[in-house]
Write a protein that binds this ligand. Structure first.
Ligand code: GDP
Ligand code: IMO
Ligand code: MG
Length: 429
């Protein structure tokens, strides 16, 4: 890291769930601050350490090692889910009020945003996105259409009025979608939400995070930005419309925290040794056979929060090269290598055949599976239990060959290899 570049970014290069939470936790001691910059409780970031397993949704993954953690302006926050998550951590002994700060420019997810998410999905029928149902799309829609309510608004005298106005507008939208909520249910949702907003207001520093962060950086402090979702779910560059509603890429860290692009140092791009996706949308290397089921079983590929089955397939180097380009990745991190331990051979997609023409560049659309055919290279497996390996020197030759092959294809070094879910099962090269 150069002297005047104190901000590193860690983000997913696939369709999310790459293992971001685990690695942020591992890297946290090297930074003064850890910040989330986009997304919301659609994320589920799993950390395992000291025999403990924690899944974080809105709270950054740097809270267990004493750093300052920031929820940046680009994030959308559900006070109810946040309060639940925060109380659990506080009860387990993390002094969260002391270390966690929330940007006043964070947009609030209202109870009716969640209802609109569900109603929107229902209206789409078989074309549904398969969202996490957390109100992410409707909240970002309100943000960009200039109707949103922000965390800073809870400190204003007319907050209740603003909330009512927004809720009424949402209820009109719900009525048009034939999804008017039961009044009793709605009242309960609003009461719980209001209580949670008070908890947030009374227990946490609500700050102008762009000022705070830039002052700290000027004083020589460092920051790690924690991405949520993945590049293939980015609203601009992902498999639109089967994406999330935020910019999950490096540029999102700048807009989601108020840091200038020239402050960015290293960009850690994280990927699984294979590939997964939850929800609808195209996935060229998806496996529908026994091999896919085996990856799911061994890799426990079920949603960290929803429990939804994750779709599994081989690693897609066309998509990865695209993600590396968009993000300016300087270091790669390969996760869940151990999941492939028992496979005799594994496959990697090195190119697509699009309408019969081979290409290594990611095309405009991958929607039509009959027109986008992956070209695979078959690679010998390593047949070794990697979960017990603690240094690069112990890597079997076949695994070293796989890493070398990926580095040649992707043209970026793999700096970290993860061989199990625990904090300690992490090998730096
Ligand atoms: P995130 O959303 O990117 O933080 O990832 P998730 O937490 O949703 O999913 C990653 C899952 O893989 C979690 O259950 C992790 O505990 C687990 N995991 C992370 N790294 C490894 C690894 O190297 N090997 C194995 N077997 N599991 C891992
Ligand atoms: P982390 O941070 C995997 C997917 C949903 C759906 C699409 C849109 O844990 O990697 P949304 O609720 O955002 O409107 O859903 O995006 N999705 C994720 N998939 N990991 C995530 O987060 C995801 N967050 C959203 O499944 O396909
Ligand atoms: Mg996840």
């Amino acid at each position: 890291m150069q002297k005047d570049m104190k901000v590193d970014v860690l983000l997913g290069l696939q369709w999310g769930d790459e293992g971001k939470g685990k690695v942020v936790d591992v890297l946290t001691p090297r930074y003064d601050m850890v910040a989330r910059f986009q997304g919301g409780p659609n994320a589920g970031h799993t950390l395992e350490f000291d025999g403990r397993k924690v899944v974080l949704r809105s709270i950054p993954s740097g809270v267990f090692q004493g750093n300052v953690n920031i929820i940046g302006n680009g994030v959308v926050l559900d006070p109810v889910l946040f309060a639940g998550e925060a109380k659990e951590l506080i009860n387990a002994g993390t002094d969260l009020s002391k270390i966690l700060k929330v940007s006043k420019k964070v947009h609030l997810i209202l109870p009716t945003h969640r209802l609109l998410d569900a109603a929107g999905e229902k209206a789409k029928g078989k074309d549904k996105i398969g969202t996490t149902g957390k109100g992410i799309g409707p909240t970002y829609t309100d943000k960009t259409s200039r109707n949103g309510i922000r965390v800073g608004d809870v400190l204003e005298a007319d907050f209740a009025e603003r909330f009512k106005k927004a809720t009424d507008r949402h209820l009109e939208q719900l009525a048009r979608l034939d999804s008017t909520p039961d009044p009793e249910n709605l009242k309960n949702l609003i009461d719980t939400w209001t209580e949670a907003v008070n908890f947030l207001r009374d227990n946490f520093d609500l700050i102008d995070s762009e000022h705070y962060i830039n002052k700290e950086l000027r004083q020589g402090k460092s920051m790690l930005c924690e991405g949520a979702q993945g590049t293939m779910l980015d609203v601009d560059f992902g498999s639109y419309p089967f994406v999330t509603s935020s910019n999950t890429i490096t540029a999102g860290a700048c807009s989601g925290l108020g840091i200038a692009p020239n402050k960015i140092g290293d960009v850690y791009g994280i990927f699984k040794a294979y590939c997964t996706r939850v929800g609808s949308g195209p996935f060229p290397t998806e496996l529908f056979d026994e091999t896919g089921a085996e990856i799911r079983r061994i890799g426990h590929e079920f949603g960290a929060v929803t429990g939804r089955e994750r779709r599994c397939g081989w690693i897609d180097l066309v998509a990865l090269r695209y993600a590396i380009m968009i993000n300016g990745v300087t270091k790669l991190i390969m996760m869940k290598s151990d999941v492939l331990d028992g496979f005799k051979t594994i496959k990697a997609c090195t190119a697509y055949k699009v309408d019969g023409v081979e290409t290594r560049d990611f095309p405009y659309s991958i929607d039509d599976a009959s027109r986008v055919i992956p070209v695979y290279k078959e690679i010998a497996g390593w047949n070794t239990d990697l979960t017990k390996v603690s240094s690069e020197a112990e890597f079997p030759q076949e695994f070293k060959d796989y890493i070398k092959f990926l580095e040649e294809e992707l043209e970026v070094p793999i700096a970290i290899v993860s061989v199990g879910p625990d904090r300690t099962q992490t090998i730096e090269r």
